[in-house]
Structures are given as structure tokens and as C-alpha cells.
Write a protein that binds this ligand. Structure first.
Ligand SMILES: [Mn+2]
Length: 400
């Protein structure tokens, strides 16, 4: 006789189903309940303004259309499958002199000249823009509506020079510096990971204060050179050579597998960075890992930069990347950690190594977009939007 035999509970229905009662269950403690009610508190003025704008620009819809807010020509967010694709259909800031009018600016760095295996990340910004049309600016779990609570623009792409990594680095640093000095938070879509160095350099030039880095990756990316040049395996060597970006404030999360060169680990040891392997993550749990990461990155620092390599996620979820490696994070794990780091405020963020030519059903690009909107959502939800401007105070802020 089996040890655990199913027995209908007394009072169970004729189908033999067991009813379980949870007298202590309080549904008002559910995020699902709290955020259902939070939604009612969110304004909708920006949406109303968008509807008016779309009608004014897109010609009133045909007489047979009952919803009189629908124009003839698709303008703004709707429909999600139509329109000219900026990031999240945010306004295109074509005159880069206006970028400071926005809280945050998404900018593309279409460059894969630092790639040492699969190329294609030069199409990363366009890939992420395309699939970003899938999202609304509202997130139920966070209780935020980005359209109502912040201003976001798409600043377009940096003019990279495919055959020259050093000129490209100069262009990137100049572009990121310009955005940062304007007061807009730079949110960078790569591109391969070589851009990590010039992106951080662009911000670091705007301040003499100290910047920490939280780096999500399967790879350490801290050797001096690769194939005789600065490549996507080298950004943190050069970033942590900057006077106000100490290596002791670099924390590298998710590193491991068979693609980490010994010379990178030698350098990490020499520079005293903090590496948390996937085993460390398993053992400590996500909350503890985030606490450690924040402690290291923020120690005596004034701001933290997030570098998110999409390949930190298990390659089963992100086929469209340059150096796929099994054994990484689940998407929801990394999204949780990104949100927790962003909740403390950031001075910039990059998403790198999304390679649309190798992608399947745009899932890699979609996760890249998700990382960006989750980080923006967390900064808004925790009242940290605009914190990065503290770096500009007491320093010669001005145009590049
Ligand atoms: Mn990587």
C-alpha cells in the first residue's frame, strides 16, 4: 500500500477535491493587490497630451471609427506594430543640443569592432529599438508609468568608425560626456563590450568624484589587450585606470565558465576587484549578492554605473550574443538584481553584446530592452531619478 494515499478531506466535494483554507491569508499584502490600487494614483496627463498630439499630427480618423482619439496616420505609441521606431517610441532628439530637456536619453553605440568571435552587435541598437515597440511605459508590479513620471528621449546613435576602435572610443566618450553634462541620464545600447571603457570615461570626465561599477557578465573583461588591441575583453582595465574610477569599486557578478582568460583573472587579482561567480550567487542568494555588490561599488564612491552584458544570462535565453556561455542567470534573476542596484541611484547604464543577426524571435534584444526599462522603472519607483546630477555640482558643468 502506498504510504501517501489520497483521501478526500471531510466536506470535500463529490469530485474528491480538497479545499484548503488559509484563514491568515491577507490579500492586501499581495503585490498584486497593492499595485492594483497604486495604479489608480498614477496621473494620466502625459497620455492625454499624447492623444491630443497624435490627433493634431496624424489627421482625424475616418468617420466609421468610433474611438475619436484614433488618427488616420499612426503617431505615438499605438499601434505597437506600426510607426517609426525610436526606443519605446520616445521622441527622437535629433538636435542633440536639446538632450538636456529630458530626464534620460537612450543612445545607441552601433559598434562591433571590438568583437573577438561572433560579430553583429553593431545592429544591437536597431534591434532593441525595434522590439522596444512591444512595451507600454507602464509597469504594474512596480506601480510606475514612465510616460507620466519622467521624460525620455531617443538621442539616436553615436557616429562610430567601423575600422578604427580608438577614433570610435573618442566619439563615444564625447557623446556620453555631452549627454551627461546636459543633465540627462545616459542609457547606452551597445555595441560590443569594448564600449564600456569610453562610456565610463565620458561620465568620469564630468566630475572629479568617485564612480563605482556593477558589472553583470560571464566574462571578466579586464585584461589590458586582446589580439594586440583594446577589444571587448578589455574595458575594465582601461576604465579602472581613470583616476576617479578605482578598481576596488568594480564588482563583477556572474563570472565563470570556460571563457575567462587567465590574464583577466591575473589582472582582477592585481587590481583587487570583487568577483562573484555563479556559484557564489547560488550559495548566497540574490539579496545577499545585491547587498555585497552595492557595498563594494558604493564604498567611498559618489555614484554607480551599471554595465549589463546580456551574456550574463544563460545562453539558452540569449542566443543573439557574441560569446554565448551556458550556466548564467535566469532572466528574472538578473532583472531583479538590476532593479535593486538601480533603486539606489545610478549615473549611467549600458546594455552590451546584443547581436540581432544571431538572435531568435528577437528574444535577446527583448531582454536588453527589458533591462533598460526595469532600471528606469526602479529609479523612478525609488525616487532616484536625477541623482546622477549630483556629480555635476561643484564642477565646471557646461557644453562639450
Ligand atoms: Mn560577456
Amino acid at each position: 500500500m502506498p504510504r501517501y494515499r489520497h483521501r478526500p478531506a471531510p466536506g470535500a466535494g463529490s469530485a474528491g477535491r480538497t479545499r484548503r483554507h488559509h484563514p491568515t491569508f491577507d490579500r492586501t499584502q499581495l503585490q498584486g493587490w497593492r499595485m492594483m490600487h497604486r495604479e489608480a494614483e498614477l496621473p494620466h496627463d502625459a497620455w492625454d497630451a499624447e492623444e491630443r498630439r497624435c490627433l493634431a499630427l496624424g489627421l482625424q480618423g475616418a468617420d466609421s471609427i468610433e474611438d475619436r482619439s484614433i488618427p488616420t496616420f499612426a503617431r505615438g505609441e499605438l499601434p505597437h506594430f506600426a510607426g517609426i521606431n525610436t526606443f519605446m517610441k520616445a521622441p527622437y532628439c535629433e538636435d542633440i543640443g536639446d538632450v538636456g530637456h529630458y530626464d534620460a536619453a537612450v543612445l545607441g553605440v552601433p559598434f562591433d569592432g571590438g568583437t573577438t568571435y561572433r560579430p553583429g552587435t553593431r545592429f544591437g541598437p536597431q534591434g532593441m529599438r525595434k522590439i522596444s515597440a512591444l512595451y507600454t511605459p507602464f509597469n504594474y508590479e512596480l506601480g510606475v508609468d514612465l510616460r507620466e513620471q519622467m521624460t525620455l528621449c531617443d538621442a539616436g546613435d553615436i557616429f562610430t568608425i567601423p575600422a578604427n576602435i580608438e577614433k570610435t572610443f573618442d566619439q563615444i566618450s564625447r557623446g556620453v560626456e555631452h549627454v551627461f553634462r546636459s543633465g540627462a541620464l545616459p542609457v547606452i545600447m551597445g555595441g560590443d563590450h569594448s564600449i564600456g571603457f569610453p562610456c565610463v570615461r565620458g561620465i568620469a570626465r564630468c566630475t572629479d568624484r568617485r564612480i563605482g561599477i556593477v558589472h553583470f557578465d560571464r566574462h571578466a573583461d579586464i585584461q589590458e589587450k586582446d589580439l594586440d588591441e583594446r577589444m571587448h575583453t578589455t574595458p575594465w582595465f582601461h576604465a579602472t585606470d581613470l583616476p576617479n574610477v578605482p578598481a576596488t569599486n568594480l564588482v563583477q557578478v556572474g563570472i565563470g565558465g570556460w571563457q575567462v582568460p587567465r590574464q583577466a583573472i591575473k589582472e582582477a587579482r592585481k587590481r583587487d576587484t570583487t568577483i562573484l561567480t555563479m556559484h557564489d550567487v547560488e550559495r548566497l542568494g540574490l539579496d545577499k549578492v545585491v547587498e555585497i555588490a552595492l557595498e563594494v561599488a558604493w564604498k567611498d564612491a559618489d555614484a554607480v554605473y551599471i554595465s549589463f552584458d546580456i551574456d550574463s544570462v544563460d545562453c539558452g535565453f540569449v542566443p543573439g550574443t557574441g560569446w554565448p556561455e551556458p550556466g548564467g542567470f535566469l532572466p528574472r534573476e538578473v532583472l531583479y538584481m538590476l532593479g535593486r542596484v538601480a533603486a539606489e541611484g545610478i549615473c549611467g547604464m549600458e546594455v552590451v553584446e546584443v547581436s540581432p543577426p544571431y538572435d531568435t524571435s528577437e528574444i535577446t534584444a527583448l531582454l536588453g530592452v527589458r533591462a533598460i526599462v526595469d532600471v528606469l522603472g526602479a529609479t523612478v519607483a525609488h525616487g532616484k531619478l536625477g541623482e546622477h546630477r549630483k556629480l555635476l555640482r561643484d564642477y565646471g558643468a557646461g557644453e562639450v
